[in-house]
Design a protein around this ligand. Structure first.
Ligand code: AHR
Length: 493
């Protein structure tokens, strides 16, 4: 097969916000305890953070990490995770039926993000709590006044504010699984009043309002429009979430799921703009795609987990090579919509549906999905360009006219480089790529990195990295991408 990809230096989608390469740590399973934090681990640093995990996190360069949930946040009292560790309460954690020891809280997590060269994206509890706790949390984290919560932070050993810039107003509040889930009007009013107080305490923060928790929720659309109508003037982003799976074992269809992600983004952006028009507003509300990934492998085993354990192994999906292709395509959908998606969080980061796996007391290693994310994050910084892709298409039970080749093109002016990411969705044929880089002058292929495995179900284990990127020798004549492969082509000009 052949595919022709044309792009032009002047035909720009937008500059990519680096926060597109964010991630997520929830108090869930072994994400925190046994994941980022394990004081008795042989690599633990002075604060109990696993240095082997920190190294793997730094490699993928995540500028922002959402915390502490997720569903967890809707029953969370943020003060439980501050101050003297020996006095912190143990709680029944109702979102995931576990015991939360509160050994880690915002005091520790903000320090962990510094050590990971990252920053915190903080979520407040709009399930069991409300505006008062949220504004107190902003005061504790960001203020410098001689007042109760600032002095509490000082007493806890933190003279300087944490300066957390991005705050989520609750999580998935339309979902009936959510602790104290709400109607759109109940949530919209609460989010508005909470936003008001939080911005009074610190006007420099950015706020993310919870959109409906999925494209196929029956609340989708009406929820988003109502919630935006209530909060438009005070919020900066609306959150969207999606997880894909291949439960039906239909790989051709699974590989096409990123086209749904593209439609989802465009639909929510349209709703933001409809409310903008209705309100005659000059401000644009953008999107925070703050949970996205593949998630389905662990569903059955999670049903067997006993309640009220501390950090049980929950949502521990072991990812296959085909999952890595889907994650690669999803990241391209985000890059190609970077005019509207300013923040995105691969959900999650360690152990829980995550690119990084650990053994408690043992090793840490990269899952298959680690690699397209790592290279996308490292080389996908700059300006996303519009592409014209001419190639054959295919149809599945659920999708029609899916292009065999998915691509995104990023121009990095500083490095004088163009990076083309490309997935070949064909399960049988290699594809020869013809690239037309207009208005760049002479371009030269510097690197072709490929993620390929003959076995679509191959997984990585701690001592067997079967799926990892390799360099393909570069020639001047042809660029060929293998059947079902993820590729990165870096050009200089
Ligand atoms: O990431 C796992 C869970 O998925 C989150 O807690 C929730 O927000 C979503 O439903």
């Amino acid at each position: 097969m052949k595919a022709k990809i044309t792009f032009n230096k002047n035909f720009v989608i937008d500059k990519i916000d680096n926060r597109l390469y964010g991630s997520f740590i929830e108090h869930l399973g072994r994400a925190v305890y046994g994941g980022i934090y394990e004081p008795l681990h042989e690599t633990a640093d002075d604060k109990g953070f696993r240095k082997d995990v920190l190294e793997l996190v730094k490699e993928i360069d995540v500028p922002i990490v959402r915390y502490p949930g997720g569903n967890f946040v809707s029953g969370y009292n943020w003060e439980d995770g501050t101050g003297d560790k020996s006095k912190r309460p143990r709680r029944m954690e109702l979102a995931w039926n576990a015991i939360e020891t509160n050994e880690v809280g915002i005091d520790e997590f903000q320090e962990w993000t510094r050590r990971a060269d990252s920053s915190v994206m903080m979520a407040v509890n709009l399930g069991t709590k409300g505006a008062d706790e949220a504004r107190n949390c902003v005061e504790y984290c960001n203020s410098n006044t001689d007042t109760y919560y600032v002095n509490l932070r000082r007493k806890n050993g933190f003279e300087d504010p944490f300066n957390i810039k991005v705050w989520c107003l609750g999580n998935e509040m339309d979902g009936n699984w959510q602790i104290c889930h709400k109607t759109a009007d109940e949530y919209g009013r609460l989010a508005l009043e909470t936003a008001k107080l939080m911005k009074m305490v610190d006007p420099s923060i950015e706020l993310v309002v919870s959109g409906s928790s999925g494209f196929y929720m029956n609340t989708f659309g009406e929820w988003d429009m109502k919630v935006l109508d209530h909060t438009y003037d005070l919020v900066d982003y609306i959150s969207i979430h999606t997880y894909y799976g291949n439960g039906a074992d239909d790989t051709a269809d699974f590989l096409s799921m990123s086209t749904d992600m593209d439609s989802y983004i465009k639909a929510v952006a349209a709703m933001c703009d409809a409310i903008k028009a209705k309100k005659h507003s000059k401000k644009t509300v953008n999107l925070s795609f703050d949970e996205w990934n593949v998630w389905f492998h662990s569903h059955e085993q999670d049903k067997k987990i006993e309640k009220w354990q501390i950090a049980p192994p929950q949502l521990e999906d072991i990812y296959t090579f085909e999952d890595a292709l889907v994650v690669g395509c999803m990241l391209m959908a985000l890059q190609n919509n970077c005019d509207r998606v300013k923040i995105a969080c691969l959900a999650q980061l360690v152990n829980v549906i995550a690119p990084i796996m650990t053994e408690t007391g043992g090793d840490a290693w990269a899952q298959t999905i680690y690699y397209p994310f790592m290279l996308g994050s490292r080389y996908g910084r700059g300006t996303a360009l519009k592409t014209l892709v001419e190639c054959d298409t295919y149809s599945t039970k659920k999708h029609s006219d899916v292009p065999f080749v998915e691509t995104s093109v990023i121009h990095n002016e500083e490095r004088k480089e163009i990076t083309v990411f490309a997935v070949n969705r064909s399960l049988t044929d290699e594809t020869e790529l013809e690239l037309f880089a207009e208005n760049f002058g002479d371009v030269k292929l510097l690197e072709h990195t490929e993620l390929y495995c003959d076995d679509l179900k191959a997984i990585n284990e701690k001592d067997a990295q079967r799926v990892k990127p390799v360099n393909v020798p570069v020639t001047d004549s042809r660029i060929v991408i293998k059947k079902h492969s993820w590729n990165m082509l870096r050009f200089g000009y």
